[in-house]
Design a protein around this ligand. Structure first.
Ligand code: UDP
Length: 359
């Protein structure tokens, strides 16, 4: 494939590096590295205050969007004054002719709505499952009018959209050189993610408490009231909030965990934290739904259990010694390397640009 000039347009719910963008922040960084390694040029445009080393970064001021997962299914589209998402896309409109392809990372209505008004093709990486009627319609319209331009992270995520559409399953990948394999497990369990109701932290807290193993919690506190409630409800649980760590610090602290517990209440689109744990050699115990159910092979790289069953989580925790940490690490290498991600991304871009003589 000839080298492409790519413009990445970040999420508009938080600055890159803040943690508010969830997995999108790491996904964007890894895709940028994977594509840069293949000779493509990547420029990133993101909200003011963003941090992203080694890439040309254009920062745009404005007020952040509210996260889609905190709104109801019938919620109308809202826009703050001086919206950063509007400002991002005004900038993109002005520079679009300098790029071969624009890649949208925002789970927001506006970039989908604007797609037909642009002359440079826009690829949309949809990072969450179906959450609102307005977004469903916007995604469907683009999928119909611009074939191949929608990618998702898992089949389960795509299936949450009732009116099916054609999608590319990009999955995800990691810069594995940033994760150290840790053969020896310590005596704690880990939970990693945004602390917000859809992530179901309370189930992991209960399961860990029942086994007597302490639970180390890593991630940004997105919903302070929810976090407070968990502490009130389970005062005896041995849990420790470790803060929101950089990838480097996170993998170091996560490596010795006996297992990662993934207890989301929603259909997790992918779950970057699952492959980060595998990269460190940490088995994953997850509910059997959404992305984690497509990543984890039960009995091999962890255990998949009945969704919302704390009892089954506890049973799985007792079976952690049956899982080989070496196999977990190998799973990450086989399926979730930057090379694997880059292969998939290029295959997706070829589909989008097939009429534009890029080979
Ligand atoms: N994360 C991090 N530091 C932490 C905890 C989490 O960088 O201390 C990152 C983690 O690497 C992952 C993201 O937060 O990329 C969570 O993404 P995931 O796909 O699991 O869930 P999302 O937040 O997108 O729903």
């Amino acid at each position: 494939m000839r080298s492409l000039k790519l413009l990445f347009v970040s999420t508009s719910v938080g600055a890159l590096g803040s943690g508010l963008g969830g997995g999108v922040e790491l996904t964007l960084r890894n895709l940028a590295i994977a594509l840069h390694q293949r000779g493509h040029s990547v420029t990133v445009v993101a909200p003011d205050g963003s941090k992203l080393e080694s890439f040309s970064l254009v920062e745009i001021v404005g007020n952040l969007q509210t996260t889609a997962q905190s709104q109801g299914r019938e919620a109308p589209i809202t826009m703050p004054s001086n919206p950063v998402i509007g400002n991002l896309w005004s900038y993109v409109r002005q520079v679009q002719s300098c790029y071969d392809l624009i890649l949208n990372f925002a789970y927001d209505w506006l970039p989908f709505y604007l797609t037909p008004f642009f002359t440079t093709p826009i690829a949309h990486l949809v990072s969450m499952g179906s959450l609102s009627d307005a977004m469903d319609q916007a995604i469907l319209d683009v999928a119909d009018s611009f074939p191949n331009t929608i990618a998702v992270h898992s089949h389960a995520q795509a299936q949450t959209f009732e009116m099916g559409f054609t999608y590319f399953n990009l999955q995800n990948g990691l810069d594995l050189s940033q994760y150290q394999f840790c053969l020896e497990a310590g005596d704690f369990l880990a939970w990693v993610g945004r602390i917000a109701p859809e992530k179901g932290l309370e189930d992991a807290v209960q399961a860990a408490a029942q086994t007597g193993l302490p639970l180390k919690i890593f991630g940004v506190i997105q919903d302070a009231a929810y976090w407070q409630q968990i502490q009130t409800d389970y005062p005896q649980a041995a849990m420790e909030w470790m803060g929101f760590l950089s990838t480097q610090e996170l993998q170091k602290a996560l490596g010795p965990a006996q297992a990662l517990l993934m207890t989301p209440k929603w259909v997790e689109a992918f779950g970057n934290v699952a492959i980060e744990a595998l990269a460190c050699g940490v088995p994953v115990i997850a509910y059997r739904r959404g992305g984690p159910a497509e990543i984890i092979q039960s009995g091999y790289s962890g255990w998949l259990v009945e969704p919302d069953s704390v009892e089954e989580l506890v049973q799985a925790i007792h079976k952690i010694p049956q899982i080989s940490r070496t196999i977990c690490h190998r799973e990450a290498e086989m399926h979730y390397s930057l090379a694997a991600l880059g292969d998939r991304a290029e295959a997706w871009f070829k589909l989008i640009l097939q009429n534009e003589a890029i080979d």
